[in-house]
Design a protein around this ligand. Structure first.
Ligand code: BES
Ligand code: MN
Ligand code: ZN
Length: 499
């Protein structure tokens, strides 16, 4: 599928199907709509009178072969209230229309932005289109595997002439970012038998070769040599050996301290000896979404040529019960040297992140951000609607909030209070890995805090927001791929946080 950019009136665009973005309206005053109304025997007025199409978000209506137009199908796509107009209006409208049969059945199609000649709107529209049209075909066979979409080219058009360079760049950026998010969906949707720690490492190595990143993979022996006792304690329950993956991208000045990203890579979380219940356990194949995000983020940053030095660290393991598995009550020693009493083997994410956060010191980072499907408790705080964030720096919180505003990937600041720190202390070891059910999300963050170095740190808990239970305009049911847009936006405008 190719994307291109043109300018001119709606009448002259020669493709099979045009999508015309329309904000909510009460009268047909918009010139493009007015002309279309006349050419279609007042069809636009009829749609408005019957309230079949009023420009509300999510609405679509089709006009066929209006007089004097080069296209035989024009799909109106509602943007919602004018006063609320933002990039996400376009992302949502493009997502909804991406599944319209008229659009997907056309070889040549166009998005008509009318007077909205705004780069952020272009970028959001292509993101919405690609994200909304996503279906996972990989594990189907025969007919089910065939992508039925006919679309070969998608043209982006505005009424008046605008900088070709700027608009084309916005389309390219949107495409690269959407592809990055789709990579997260593909990886996190992969079943655990097809994405083991070793397979994940092999995929990372292959991506590194393609995008000219450096990549180092530690096997179980090297992990032991690094004294990553917390990661090893989780891996003990499985025959599948763990891997520790480190990728590096150097887009910034030589010698500039990198931003280190850490992603939780539990390729399957059965809970270990503290076994999870069967209901929904299959969803724990997605417990490596954080890993998928940091892997895809570094690839996407390289594709966008972001002027920054980045490292992505992925501790990858399964968490299974077995005769060799870590038992509740066992005391383990982390890479940092802190001892941990394992109260609940299902609190494994924080264990593997602890060793990865400590390993981040090797890079003398300017900041470290970790992202993880860490605590089920997020279901009861923010649900599927947003991600709890924690940081030891105001500037990281505000940068994350700004990125969330621009990408519509919501975050909300949570506290690490002394009560939570107290709750993670062990009577017999330095720490416990589980401090009870209350404030589970905050206590997990309080645990991680013990393993950070003398650097700015941010923690993003994406449990549950990584899953869409029913389906939204550009988020089909299943793995959302949240975090990718957020981190890319954050790193695109990154400002070094103070000491
Ligand atoms: N991977 C889970 C968290 C999770 C649960 C993510 C549901 C998405 C959906 C994590 O490893 C876990 O099991 N956490 C426990 C910790 C508890 C035992 C302290 C939890 O949150 O229940
Ligand atoms: Mn768990
Ligand atoms: Zn887990």
């Amino acid at each position: 599928m190719t994307f291109n950019y043109i300018t001119g009136p709606l009448e002259e665009i020669k493709v099979d199907t045009i999508v015309l973005f329309v904000p909510a309206y009460k009268k047909t005053t918009n010139p493009s709509l007015k002309r279309l109304d006349k050419a279609s025997g007042m069809a636009v007025t009829t749609l408005l009178d019957s309230e079949e199409f009023t420009g509300k978000q999510g609405e679509n209506a089709v006009l066929y072969s209006p007089d004097g137009y080069q296209s035989r199908r024009i799909i109106l796509a509602g943007l919602g209230e004018k006063s609320d107009l933002c990039p996400d209006s376009f992302r949502q409208a493009a997502g909804t229309v991406s599944r319209h049969k008229g659009l997907s059945g056309s070889a040549k199609a166009a998005f008509y932005f009318d007077k909205y000649d705004n780069e952020a709107f272009f970028q959001a529209a292509i993101e919405g289109y690609l994200l909304g049209a996503y279906t996972l075909l990989e594990y189907k066979t025969g007919e089910g595997k065939v992508d039925k979409r006919k679309i070969k080219s998608l043209t982006f058009a505005v009424a008046g002439a605008k900088s070709l360079k700027k608009m084309t760049r916005a389309i390219e950026r949107g495409q690269i970012i959407a592809e990055g998010q789709l990579m997260v969906r593909d990886l996190a949707s992969a079943p655990a038998n097809m994405l083991t720690p070793r397979i994940l490492a092999a995929k990372a190595e292959k991506l590194a070769r393609t995008h000219k990143l450096s990549c180092k993979v530690l096997d179980e022996k090297q992990i032991a040599k690094e004294k990553m006792g917390a990661l090893l304690s989780v891996a003990r329950g499985s025959k599948e050996p763990p891997r520790f993956i480190a990728l590096q991208y150097k887009g910034g000045r030589a010698g500039q301290a990198p931003v280190v990203l850490v992603g939780k890579g539990v390729t399957f979380d059965a809970g270990g000896i503290s076994l999870k219940q069967a209901l929904n356990m299959h969803e724990m194949k997605g417990d490596m979404t954080g890993a998928a995000v940091v892997l895809s983020t570094i690839v996407t940053a390289a594709r966008l040529k972001l002027p920054i030095n980045l490292v992505s660290l992925i501790p990858a393991t399964e968490n299974l019960p077995s005769g060799t598995a870590t038992r509740p009550g066992d005391i383990i020693t982390s890479r940092k040297g802190l001892t941990i009493e394992v109260i609940n083997t299902d609190a494994e994410g924080r264990l593997i992140l602890a060793d990865a956060l400590d390993y981040a010191n090797e890079y003398k980072p300017q900041a470290v951000l970790d992202i993880a499907t860490l605590t089920g408790a997020t279901l009861y705080s923010l649900g599927y609607a947003g991600a709890p964030i924690f940081s030891n720096r105001r500037t990281i919180i505000s940068q994350l909030q700004a990125a969330a505003g621009a990408t519509a990937e919501r975050v909300w600041e949570f506290p690490i209070w002394d009560d939570y720190r107290e709750g993670m202390k062990s009577r017999i070891a330095d720490l416990v890995n589980s401090g009870g059910r209350d404030a589970g999300t905050c206590k997990a963050a309080a645990f991680l805090e013990n393993f950070i170095g003398d650097w700015p740190w941010g923690h993003i808990d994406i449990a549950y927001v990584d899953l869409e239970p029913s389906g939204k305009p550009y988020t089909p049911r299943g793995i959302t791929g949240i975090g990718l847009r957020l981190l890319i936006e954050l790193l695109s405008h990154w400002k070094k946080p103070g000491k």
